[in-house]
Design a protein around this ligand. Structure first.
Ligand code: SAM
Length: 201
């Protein structure tokens, strides 16, 4: 997928113009829980980055996106608090981004990458987190089938079994919480799973 081109031609149907409802629901339920630094991989227009920066006790909140145009778009919004944006590849993190974060917020990055890169995704997020760091995620559970998306391509769905296998099975994470969020963008109701995991080793 040529992500820069998607932003250039403004084909960004994933951009709902607002933070992910399951993220807002989580912050409301656990207002004190998130502190320290946060990485948001595949941050797009940065709606979740700004929500995390303005609604939590976070330190630095960094949105990382492989598309320079996404970074520019995110930077065009008024600054919320302590957020910043980086153009870069999650699968090729510079040394400065390794063991650097207390939290990672995942939303529509895991489902956007090719499924064959999922173990590499687990490794990359593990590398970005400090020891004991937290991965907070909302995962798309099989959003489309062949009938609706005959040519394949993102979003690529997943299952609870696959998530447990990839994250816990790798020995890199322990799943602490897992639930279906009550709040969702229109059309995603019941298709998502929120998970919080702790980085091991
Ligand atoms: C489906 S979009 C979601 C954007 C944003 N999270 C949202 O929900 O609006 C996926 C994003 O991941 C970015 N992306 C894809 N592969 C990436 C990679 N290897 N490293 C960093 N970002 C990546 C894309 O440029 C795109 O902005």
């Amino acid at each position: 997928m040529d992500w820069d081109n998607q932003y250039r031609i403004r084909q960004t149907p994933w951009d709902k113009g607002a933070p992910a409802p399951p993220l807002l629901e989580w912050i409301k339920a656990y207002p004190e829980a998130i502190n320290g630094s946060i990485l948001v991989p595949g941050s797009g227009a940065g709606h979740d980055v700004r929500a995390l920066a303005s609604l939590t006790q976070s330190g630095a909140v960094v949105g990382l996106d492989i598309s320079g145009l996404a970074t520019r778009l995110a930077e065009s919004f008024p600054r919320a608090h302590n957020e910043s944006y980086l153009t870069g590849d999650l699968f090729d993190l510079p040394a400065s981004q390794k063991c650097a974060y207390d939290w990672v917020w995942e939303h529509t990055c895991f489902c956007a990458i090719d499924p064959f890169r999922r173990d590499a995704y687990v490794k990359a997020v593990h590398e970005a987190l400090k020891p004991g760091g937290q991965l907070l995620a909302v995962f798309f559970l099989n959003p489309y089938d062949d009938e609706h998306l005959p040519n394949g391509g993102p979003p690529h769905g997943t299952s609870l079994e696959e998530l447990a296998l990839r994250f816990e099975g790798s020995g890199k994470f322990r799943i602490e919480d897992s639930y279906i969020p009550r709040q969702a963008y229109e059309g995603r109701e019941g298709l998502e799973q929120v998970m919080r995991m702790t980085k091991l080793v």
